[in-house]
Unconditional design. Structure first.
Length: 86
């Protein structure tokens, strides 16, 4: 199992990335550059949370594959719903 120090480091990294996301909003960057920066930071944060706080790094790979399958299905349904709206 992981130590409390590791959880504290991950917490600080998540806090720094959240702060960076807010700073990107106020940096005056172009819309698409800001969009992709915030999206990349969000993806890294989601991977850290899923990997460490939800313990997917320490579970059998079949559990991780099940979670990824659910994520892909949710994204597919979201895209299908967005397509049907337009």
């Amino acid at each position: 199992m992981t130590s409390t120090k590791l959880y504290a480091v991950i917490y600080v990294a998540l806090f720094v990335m959240a702060t960076a996301q807010v700073l990107v909003e106020f940096a005056g960057l172009s819309y698409w550059l800001g969009f992709w920066l915030i999206l990349a930071l969000s993806a890294v944060k989601a991977l850290l949370v899923a990997g460490y706080y939800q313990h997917l790094l320490f579970e059998p790979r079949s559990i991780t594959y099940l979670m990824v399958t659910g994520l892909v299905a949710a994204l597919g349904l979201t895209l299908a719903a967005a397509y049907s709206i337009t």
